[in-house]
Design a protein around this ligand. Structure first.
Ligand code: FES
Length: 121
């Protein structure tokens, strides 16, 4: 299977992403901390360009004792990508939609070698 360059490790700061063309596929490459993740740029909902969406921490809704939600909080340990078409969101780490076990992104293989990043779609 072909490998495609996705740039140098140093090109990516924590939280960065690039969308690279890999033959017939577009792949989103993400850096979270020291880890890299790669997902096909095709949303599990209706095929939108999910990897080009907004990145934000997972939103939590703490429930009060009276079972109301009065505030929002963010899970600093979990970054999500939000599809720009209809707002489905996915964990950048797992590719999984937080509320629908059947909705997940298609993974691409990522290889880090000699300071360079390569992707296999
Ligand atoms: S195509 Fe991504 S949310 Fe609908």
């Amino acid at each position: 299977m072909s490998e495609y360059s996705a740039g140098k490790v140093d090109d990516y700061a924590d939280g960065d992403r690039k969308v690279v063309i890999c033959g017939d596929a577009e792949i989103g490459v993400f850096r979270i901390g020291d880890a890299f993740y790669a997902w096909h740029n095709r949303c599990a909902h209706l095929g939108g360009p999910v990897c080009q969406g907004r990145i934000m921490k997972r939103v939590l809704e703490p429930v009060d004792a009276d079972l109301t939600v009065r505030s929002q909080a963010y899970d600093e340990s979990e970054s999500h990508i939000i599809c720009p078409w209809h707002g489905y969101e996915f964990s950048i780490r797992t590719g999984q939609h937080p509320g629908n076990a059947r909705a997940r992104l298609k993974k691409a293989e990522i290889i880090v070698r000699d300071g360079e990043i390569y992707v296999r779609p």
